[in-house]
Design a protein around this ligand. Structure first.
Ligand code: NAD
Length: 282
């Protein structure tokens, strides 16, 4: 099986979906972008036009290449039948399952559905699908155009040829793909959760400010500190992932969610995307 010439539908035009659409279009695919939020897909395309202009101004892309990539992205106001769907909607099992049911009613039998979930079991997401073998995790990292890693996550029912086709595709897009089995948090988030948790406990103990924690971790060699990274991820998404990994580990206290996260979400201080998280963004 190959997805090299796949027509792609990206569902969810938020932080991740917009980045995935950009990478797929730059790799030459015809890409449709859908979001339930009115005009979110158009807005993502308009923002992408600015990003591509910026890359052109810096000499990283020619104007022709940038224009061609942009022209390959079509915002749509309904789901469309394609060869590959990449789902990047809210981190919620029931909402993702409902989407897959809608997609299965529409897609040809051989079409692949890839989920960008950060933490929800691919095995559980596939339950109830007519063809669970076509669901695979394709876990990108934020910001998608810059981050090389893609975790290709197989659930219990995922067909090996489907996982391999997605793995090969990620490689063609210049990414570094790795295969893993669907376990809570996969590889990176399993390691990252206790890392964020310790930063949140330091804050709760008033032992350090976000600025101090980030400065320490940067000077220890990390590219970003945990607080600025959580602001980049978005606290709504990050909190949902924390809760999901906590539950999936049978409430192992190492993965305990924090009241600090809960408060940020309650306040709507979601990080960069809302203009305020631990830090403020103009
Ligand atoms: P986001 O909030 O920026 O975007 C999600 C988008 O999905 C929103 O525009 C929302 O309107 C849309 N949406 C919600 N329900 C929908 C539905 N039923 N159909 C169509 N669109 C719908 O979130 P995000 O950060 O882009 O995260 C999306 C997914 O990617 C989540 O599963 C998340 O766990 C995963 N992920 C996030 C990151 C990160 O750093 N933010 C990294 C890797 C993976």
């Amino acid at each position: 099986m190959t997805l090299h010439n796949a027509r792609i539908l990206v569902v969810g035009a938020g932080l991740m979906g917009a980045g995935i659409a950009q990478v797929a279009a730059q790799a030459g695919h015809e890409v449709f972008l859908f979001d339930t939020r009115a005009s979110a897909a158009e807005a993502a395309k308009a923002k992408l036009a600015q990003t591509l202009d910026g890359l052109t101004a810096k000499g990283k892309l020619t104007a022709d290449v940038a224009a061609a990539a942009l022209a390959r992205i079509t915002p749509v106001d309904a789901l469309v039948a394609v060869d590959l769907v990449i789902e990047a909607i809210v981190e919620n099992l029931d909402i993702k399952r409902a989407l897959f049911a809608e997609l299965e009613a529409l897609l040809p039998r051989e079409a692949v559905i890839a989920t960008n979930t950060s933490s929800i079991s691919v095995t559980a997401l596939a339950r109830g699908m007519q063809a669970p073998e076509r669901l695979v995790g394709m876990h990108f990292f934020n910001p998608v155009p810059l981050m090389k890693l893609v975790e290709v996550v197989s659930g219990l029912g995922t067909a090996p040829e489907v996982a391999q086709a997605v793995f090969d595709l990620a490689g063609r897009w210049g990414k570094t793909a790795v295969h893993t089995r669907s376990t809570p948090g996969f590889i990176v988030n399993r390691i990252a959760r206790p890392y964020y948790a310790e930063a949140l406990m330091l804050l709760q103990d008033r032992a350090a400010t976000p600025e101090l924690i980030d400065a320490c971790l940067r000077s220890a060699g990390f590219r970003m500190g945990p607080c600025e990274l959580m602001d980049l991820i978005g606290h709504d998404t990050n909190f949902a992932v924390t809760n999901s990994v906590f539950a999936a580990n049978f409430f192992d206290r190492r993965f305990t969610p924090s009241l600090v996260q809960q408060e940020l979400v309650d306040a709507g201080f979601l990080g960069r995307k809302s203009g305020r998280g631990f830090y403020r963004y103009p």
